[in-house]
Write a protein that binds this ligand. Structure first.
Ligand code: ZN
Length: 293
């Protein structure tokens, strides 16, 4: 699934293409995408609106339109947004036609733009939010702080972890605690911080939380620098794949040597997800070690 770096990559590529253009036509081919609204209701609400800004919150792409309308788009497992695809790609769920850019200078800005939202697994969604208050409430109910924002501190992590016996990896995956981190970047961050993913969250020290905060930020920035990771369907707006999958330190590297110490990387299930660990760099918590003997 696209995580923060993948969605941020799409946002950076798409923003200069769509900002300042009007949505001239929106065709929602799959009623699952617009639920709970009927496709036509959402199409009518969006048509004629100008894209003021394309933002991101966690794994959501947020279309800020004129008239204080917002569309919170989630790509879920296999969503992608393709610009001017030719021919129309398989699994197109939404077609968007945009007019010329306001104040267009180049030929590309003067010509129309077509977008296709493709989604083989059909879990992606687009939710309409009317007004700033609705936008704030929507995200306040779903997402914790942005990890690349100054509000994401070791103290925030420590407070979120206090008293919890669930593994620290589960806490990183919980969007209400940290927005935007998924399976890839949780594994990479825990390795960088030298913390075993099964360590009970509440037993981490403040120094663990400091290393973990820094490691989450470093992993996400490495992913953004490589323009995201493609391990299933993630694609750039021009259809090109990301490259971060070639730079993973431990994720999906079962049986390969740890880049720090050479120990074989092992795969295990933590928080219901396939998890990759160097158990020399990331020592097991004591209770779990006894159980395994
Ligand atoms: Zn190691």
């Amino acid at each position: 699934m696209p995580e923060l770096p993948e969605v941020e990559t799409i946002r950076r590529q798409l923003a200069p293409l769509v900002e300042g253009r009007r949505l001239e036509g929106v065709e929602i081919l799959d009623p699952r995408w617009s639920r709970p609204l009927a496709p036509q209701v959402l199409e009518d609400a969006l048509r004629g609106r100008r894209v003021e800004q394309l933002g991101r919150r966690g794994k959501y792409l947020v279309w800020h339109l004129d008239g204080e309308l917002h569309l919170a788009q989630h790509l879920r497992m296999t969503g992608a947004v393709l610009a001017d695809p030719d021919p129309e790609p398989a699994h197109t769920r939404v077609r968007i036609a945009l007019g010329p850019r306001r104040g267009a200078k180049t030929r590309a800005e003067r010509s129309a733009l077509r977008l296709a939202i493709v989604d083989p697994r059909r879990f992606g969604t687009g939710e309409l939010l009317v007004g700033e208050e609705a936008l704030e409430e929507f995200f306040a109910a779903r997402l914790g702080p942005e990890p690349l924002h100054e509000r994401f501190t070791p103290a925030h992590l420590a407070a979120a972890a206090r008293g919890r016996s669930a593994p620290i990896k589960a806490l990183l995956l919980d969007q209400r605690r940290v927005a935007g981190v998924g399976n890839i970047y949780a594994d990479e961050a825990l390795f960088r911080a030298r913390i075993h993913p099964r360590r009970p969250a509440g037993r981490l020290t403040l120094s663990d939380h400091e290393r973990l905060r820094d490691a989450v930020i470093a992993s996400l920035n490495a992913g953004i620098d490589a323009r995201g990771a493609t391990i299933d369907d993630f694609r750039h707006v021009d259809g090109v794949q990301g490259s971060f999958q070639h730079e993973f330190l431990v994720h999906r590297r079962e049986g390969e040597p740890c880049p720090e110490c050479g120990t074989q990387i092992v795969k295990m299930v933590v928080a219901g997800r396939g998890t990759y660990v160097c158990e020399t760099c990331q020592p097991r918590p004591r209770a779990a070690r006894r159980r395994r003997v």
